[in-house]
Design a protein around this ligand. Sequence first.
Ligand code: THU
Length: 162
Amino acid sequence: MKKKETHSTFYEYASLKELGDKQQELIQKAIDAASSAYAPYSQFYVGAAVMLENGTIIQGSNQENSAFPSGLCAERTAAFYANSQYPDTPIVALAVVARKDGKIVEKPVPPCGSCLQALLESEKRHQTTIEVILYGSSVIHRAANIEQFLPFGFTSLDLGGS
Ligand code: THU
């Protein structure tokens, strides 16, 4: 038996000012997007913004449903819209923000496993990486790519493809 390990790298920031202009803009778009969330069941309002390689920013928010599994997270709403409107333009960055009880949550929320899997597909499809910025009012986390959150993501290689 061999023990094998994997590790993730992410960066922590205490304030928006530590980030670049484009990153700050993307966070602001994610904050704005949370206002369009439809979250009557969880009251958890999530906003996501993705930046494309050409600088275009696409926003998304969670869209819930009385049949709970029929809803969709903010990240996939944004990413699927981006990939359907701009199929040849890679997503290069994603910002995520959540609001609860009228306030942005203090601790950043990560994309769920299904969103990570969808974002991984978007990376592989375009052979690029997606920078991930998770905004909380007391701390901000940033990672260089989806693999930092999903080291064992399923890809076409696992299907025996290339
Ligand atoms: N949600 C997101 O939109 N993104 C996340 O990263 C985590 C969870 C949504 C799904 C559901 O509408 C609500 O937040 C509570 O889980």
